[in-house]
Design a protein around this ligand. Structure first.
Ligand code: DGN
Length: 260
């Protein structure tokens, strides 16, 4: 199968890694909307338009896509329903791992760390009501951590001073025992992040659950096979105007420097 994984930036590679481990023989396209990064500061309407553009582009290019994974919590919580109406290709969204965190929490007190858009949108509120109604859920939002994850991905270095300053200003409650990484960029910096918060806090993300879901939907056995599929990365080119309005104007660039 050919699986297209989408995010605004490199965050979705954290999800792609889990899916690829489960399904190494599938082929992958990783598509990034670098033009509008960060999504966490965009409106719901804008994000729905971007995803509509992505679907148009897949149609126009007649890409042989068997499944789309929207590896972005912001895009999934804002636009999953609307995007599913536009295509018959099955779409898996990545949403914050509220359910497993609530189940695992002994203190019945968890935190959600996400982009501003994800933490304030209705979909997220519904997830909390549905799966964590016995928990206290504190919401923390950060755009800075997305920026730091991008820097870390490209340079391998993280600015510890900025990281610690950002964590400090979040003022995490000392009572919570699980922190949901509700943005796919955050697992990229999970190690430095976990070193900057109290040891008593466990970080949770959606990566393994998404990989399982993809396997189930594709009815694929996740048993490791020898042959490795192809994977390549495309970015929506910076400076492309209104690519969502006419899919023909979508300009993408290959990003071979992204080692998938
Ligand atoms: N990686 C995206 C997410 O999971 O919400 C958002 C990153 C961004 O563009 N702010």
């Amino acid at each position: 199968p050919h699986i297209l994984v989408f995010d605004s930036g490199i965050g979705g590679t954290s999800v792609l890694t889990h899916i690829r481990n489960a399904l190494p023989h599938a082929d992958y396209s990783y598509v990034m909307d670098n033009q509008l990064l960060p999504y966490g500061l965009q409106s719901q309407q804008t994000i729905q338009q971007r995803l509509a553009g992505l679907i148009k582009w897949i149609d126009c290019e007649q890409r042989p896509v068997d499944m789309i994974v929207i590896a972005c919590n912001t895009a999934s919580t804002y636009a999953l329903g609307a995007t599913r109406q536009l295509t018959s290709i099955p779409i898996v969204g990545v949403v914050p791992a509220i359910k497993p965190a609530a189940l695992a929490s002994r203190a019945k007190h968890i935190g959600l760390l996400a982009t501003p858009a994800t933490s304030r949108n209705i979909y997220t509120q519904q997830l909390i009501q549905q799966f964590a109604n016995e928990c206290r859920v504190d919401l923390y939002q950060s755009t800075k951590l997305v920026e730091l994850a991008e820097q870390f991905y490209w340079s391998g270095d993280i600015d510890h001073k900025q990281l610690v300053a950002e964590i400090n200003q979040l003022k995490l409650s000392p009572e919570l025992d699980h922190l949901v990484l509700g943005c796919t960029h955050f697992p990229i910096i999970a190690k430095p992040l976990s070193e900057s918060i109290p040891e008593s806090v466990t970080l949770i993300d959606s990566g393994t659950a998404i990989a399982r879901r993809v396997c189930t939907l594709l009815a694929q056995d996740s048993a490791v096979k020898e042959d490795k599929g192809q994977a390549h990365c495309l970015a929506i080119k910076q400076g492309t105007m209104n690519w969502y309005a006419t899919a023909q104007q979508v300009h993408t660039v290959e990003r071979p420097e992204i080692k998938l």
